[in-house]
Design a protein. Structure first.
Length: 175
């Protein structure tokens, strides 16, 4: 019998996230100078920081490239940031090999076709509520939140709660 998504959460050590449509709502504001601006939810940032401080790996793999996104993620303490990734599967394989991570220990959150193939390689493929149908079809968990609106917080908080780490973090008892 296949494990439920909650059971799979017990095995998660690593969160790999897409940016546009996952950490953002997919909207790009274009300034008069051509700069593309994105919005990120503060609660997603809190959850990523909590995960890092609780010993989880957090990695970003995105086809997009924006220096503002990189700065925001670095300020949260994320060091494994792969922007402008032409091949997400290749980037994923290099990342897990570098850190000796088993695919079954990875939760990946994606929202669109460029995430499809890498999501088939991980233990827990997840997506925001407003993802495309093809991604929803292969996800073992679909957040009730939309991309850029707390979907990342939703999955990270659930994993940490299942593993008994959320309340420890919340109560200020983390390292």
């Amino acid at each position: 019998m296949a494990k439920s998504y909650k059971e799979l959460m017990n095995d998660i050590t690593t969160f790999i996230l897409d940016v546009d449509g996952v950490l953002t709502d997919g909207t790009v504001h274009v300034s008069p100078t051509g700069e593309m601006l994105r919005e990120m939810h503060i609660r997603d940032g809190f959850a990523m920081k909590a995960a890092l401080e609780s010993g989880y790996n957090v990695c970003i793999i995105s086809g997009g490239s924006n220096e503002g996104v990189r700065i925001r993620l670095r300020n949260l303490g994320i060091h494994d940031i792969h922007l402008a990734s032409p091949n997400k599967v290749e980037t994923f394989k290099e990342y897990i090999e570098l850190y000796n991570i088993k695919p079954e220990n990875v939760l990946y959150m994606g929202d669109d076709i460029p995430d499809f193939h890498v999501m088939q390689l991980v233990g827990l493929p997840t997506c925001p509520q407003d993802s495309v149908p093809e991604i929803k079809a292969i996800s073992k968990y679909i957040s009730h939140k939309n991309g850029g609106k707390g979907a990342v917080r939703d999955v990270i908080e659930q994993v940490m709660k299942v593993q008994g780490k959320w309340h420890v973090y919340y109560n200020g008892q983390h390292d």
